[in-house]
Design a protein around this ligand. Structure first.
Ligand SMILES: Nc1nc2c(ncn2[C@@H]2O[C@H](COP(=O)(O)OP(=O)(O)O)[C@@H](O)[C@H]2O)c(=O)[nH]1
Ligand SMILES: Nc1ncnc2c1ncn2[C@@H]1O[C@H](COP(=O)(O)OP(=O)(O)O)[C@@H](O)[C@H]1O
Length: 213
């Protein structure tokens, strides 16, 4: 056995931020450069935005279909955000983790707390802050996918979302996208090397010691 064969348990990488701070942008870039990372696709009752694709961005479902998923226990966590319901389908996550793959989540603080209660040792959480309130508002308008009223509502919610920053393992300020992506990659690289995640380590070291003695 060489060092590449050391088995590792997958981790759950959560990115949270006020709407518009840049989670989606950062997570897309990470997926392009991290082959062992996959994205958890949430179910939501929110209507699709222009350009959003069913099954890639979200599973867009009716309120009654969402309720059925909740009652069947099919969601790992779920919450109401901006009057819409959002939840993480459980099966895809469990399958990826058991195969040693890492899963990334774009979920809010309520979902992060629920995952922390259920599986703290598998969770790595990152809070993304905007560089300023003015820049956050500029990004929400620049995305140009929400109406003025929706942007105002999201700006009004931003302070409440940001009040949860201290519950996260890591906090980054998304000023420059390249820098933010590099920072999250550094977090991922270090967390993957945590001793307790490398479940094949004991055997590997035993073999090393056995052949060395
Ligand atoms: N708890 C929870 N929150 C979610 C889930 N999916 C999305 N969210 C959060 O819901 C909020 C609104 O998401 P969305 O309508 O896509 O707008 P965005 O803020 O521009 O990404 C964001 O804070 C997301 O992180 C989920 O499955 N569970
Ligand atoms: N570091 C950055 N500098 C400038 N614009 C950014 C940066 N990160 C994201 N954006 C832009 O801000 C807008 C909101 O980003 P998005 O990733 O959709 O945020 P979120 O998923 O957190 O709601 C998008 O138009 C995106 O291109």
């Amino acid at each position: 056995m060489n060092e590449n064969a050391i088995k590792r348990r997958g981790l759950m990488l959560v990115l949270s931020s006020p709407s518009g701070a840049g989670k989606t942008t950062i997570s897309r870039r990470l997926l392009d450069s991290e082959p062992a990372l996959s994205m958890s696709v949430s179910a939501t009752t929110r209507p699709p935005r222009p350009g959003e694709i069913e099954g890639r961005d979200y599973f867009f479902v009716s309120a009654s279909a969402f309720e059925q998923m909740v009652s069947k226990g099919a969601l790992l966590e779920h919450a109401t955000v901006f009057k819409n319901r959002y939840g993480t389908p459980r099966a895809a996550v469990e399958q990826a983790l058991s195969q040693g793959r890492d899963v990334m989540f774009d979920i809010d603080w309520q979902g992060t707390q629920q995952i922390a209660e259920a599986a703290r040792e598998d969770l790595v959480s990152v809070f993304v802050l905007p560089p300023s309130v003015e820049e956050l508002e500029r990004r929400l308008y620049q995305r140009a996918q929400d109406s003025e009223e929706v942007v105002r509502q999201r700006m009004a919610e931003a302070a409440a979302e940001m009040s949860h920053w201290a519950e996260y393992d890591y906090v980054i300020v998304n000023n420059d996208v390249e820098t933010s992506v590099a920072q999250v990659k550094a977090i991922l690289a270090a967390e993957r090397l945590k001793r307790e995640r490398q479940i094949g380590l004991r055997r590997f070291v035993e073999e090393l010691r056995g052949s060395g003695d």
